[in-house]
Ligand binder design. Structure first.
Ligand SMILES: [Mn+2]
Length: 317
């Protein structure tokens, strides 16, 4: 006997196996929606921890179950329904296959899926998985011929040359981005506390030209100070590690660090980017359901993704 009232039932929700109950797109070649959510359980995990975020995509889908039958209701984050029109509605392309032995295959799988989504003129919304998942997404952007600004929202700077003999892992994401010819600018927001990075890594990043707005500066100066760094009209890829959010609202991460961003600071960074520039791709990584408390992190992250889908739908019109 479960005495907790079922809020989903109160809302009239039905069970869904897609994010927000969105339509499935199982064949990327047939993709016609302007926004494509797709998930990767991992890419290049470190041997010591494995693909520790592999259960995130399905947990985040499950967290939206209560909203699946209410998708057309007013979303006060957006000032209207999440998707303003039927044709701008995102689709859920499901989980990509994951191989826990052959990481090169995982990277190819992600690269090819993102490339295909980009050729369909859709914006990929890549759900991880750990923070190694964005590396092949960033590489795939090189196939468009455009140049990109990376806006990284993360408690950590991810500039390790390699870690445990692996150079494509989650601590090297921004260093690998900096080596790609089509990445012309990196803005890193939310760093705080002690992470895996060394002072030498930070020095390399600064020498490359990466611009940093640590979490303390963001709290002091506000979101607009970050948006001022983004050139108007530029193509932006947002790399969002959910540990950028405060652990009081997203406890489900491998290394909690106090002083993180609020839900609206994060959403306003995404909204401000969409308004000033163009979000060409975005990833949400590092949610770990096993470390969550009462599914609170799944709630926060899934609602942030839902409102982001709405912002991207508005960008498409
Ligand atoms: Mn991180």
């Amino acid at each position: 006997m479960n005495d907790k009232p079922d809020l989903a039932a109160l809302f009239g929700a039905t069970k869904t196996d897609t994010f927000l109950g969105l339509e499935k797109c199982e064949n990327l070649e047939a993709l016609s929606a302007p926004v494509a959510l797709i998930s990767a359980l991992g890419a290049t995990p470190y041997g010591s921890v494995g693909a520790y975020c592999r259960n995130a995509p399905d947990a985040l889908r499950k967290a939206t179950g209560a909203l699946a039958s209410n998708i057309d209701r007013h979303n006060f984050d957006l000032g209207g329904p999440t998707f303003p029109t039927q044709v701008t509605r995102a689709v859920d392309c499901g989980n990509l296959p994951f191989d826990d032995q052959d990481f090169a295959i995982n990277r190819d799988t992600i690269h090819n899926a993102i490339s295909t989504i980009l050729t369909k003129s859709a914006v990929p919304v890549l759900i991880g998985g750990d923070d190694s998942v964005p590396i092949p997404m960033l590489e795939a952007l090189g196939t468009t011929g455009d140049h990109y600004t990376v806006l990284q929202l993360d408690a950590h700077i991810d500039w390790r040359q390699e870690h445990m003999g692996e150079d494509m892992g989650l601590s090297s994401t921004m260093r690998r981005a900096s080596e790609m010819d089509h990445i012309e600018r990196i803005i890193q927001v939310g760093a705080r506390s002690i992470g895996s990075g060394h002072s030498d890594d930070l020095a390399d990043a600064v020498a490359w030209g990466a611009q940093f707005v640590p979490a303390h500066d963001l709290h002091r100066d506000g979101v607009q100070a970050v948006l001022d760094l983004i050139p108007a009209g530029s193509n932006v890829v947002i790399c969002l590690d959910v540990d950028v959010l405060d652990p009081s609202i997203v406890p489900g991460v491998i290394g909690r660090a106090p002083g993180g961003l609020s839900y609206f600071q994060c959403l306003d960074l995404i909204r401000g980017t969409a308004n000033k520039a163009r979000i060409a791709a975005i990833d949400f990584v590092e949610y770990m359901p096993e470390a969550d408390i009462g599914d609170l992190g799944a709630l926060t992250v899934s609602r942030l993704i839902a409102s982001t889908l709405g912002l991207l739908a508005r960008q498409a019109t």
